[in-house]
Design a protein around this ligand. Structure first.
Ligand SMILES: [Zn+2]
Length: 186
């Protein structure tokens, strides 16, 4: 695999690498860094880069074979999401024993859900085209933030208490979610 890197220099101290897609990576580095140091750094991250670029390529291929979601499909998904998500939130909030504020449903290309300190919830409408338990796992995750506004051990213990299948669903979302996001052009 041939990898192209783009270097962005700034007044930072450390060096980092992130993926850009199409076998390209972005290296952020401090001014004055030598070419040798950049190469050395990239070599030390070689396995990580390769693994993640391969995953990204597979996701892009799968998304391309499925095709972009059409405007009509997205309209249907939004409609379904506006009906189903509030129902699931209500169900799980009662089960967990927490309250919540407003529910916003959006089409997003990066995240699945969020919970503000005021208890306002935000969900990606693409969750409704996934297996039901995946949507539930995200709803439970966000609602458990009403108990713990962090990702502490106690937070995950709370999730496990009400939703024992959480780990498997979280893994599924990490492995398969990318394809869903790539079927949206935004
Ligand atoms: Zn969280």
């Amino acid at each position: 695999m041939e990898i192209t890197y783009i270097i962005q220099k700034s007044r930072r101290r450390s060096i980092s690498v992130s993926l850009l897609g199409e076998n390209r990576v972005l290296v952020k580095a401090p001014y004055g860094i030598s070419e040798g140091k950049v190469q050395e750094f990239l070599l030390s991250k070689k396995d990580w880069i390769k693994k993640h670029l391969e995953k990204q390529n597979q996701e892009e291929e799968k998304a391309a074979s499925l095709g972009l979601l059409s405007a009509d499909e997205i309209k249907e998904i939004r409609k379904k999401a506006r009906k189903i998500i509030p129902e699931r939130v209500d169900f799980w909030a009662k089960k967990i024993g927490v309250t919540y504020g407003k529910i916003a449903i959006r089409l997003q290309s990066s995240r699945w859900g969020s919970c503000s300190s005021k208890g306002n919830l935000n969900f990606n409408c693409l969750l409704v085209i996934m297996p039901e338990e995946i949507l539930d796992s995200v709803v439970v995750h966000e609602l458990c933030h009403r108990r713990h506004m962090n990702h502490s051990k106690e937070f995950y213990a709370e999730i496990e208490r009400v939703f024992p299948d959480y780990k498997r669903c979280d893994k599924w979302l990490k492995e398969n979610g990318g394809v869903y996001l790539k079927r949206v052009s935004c």
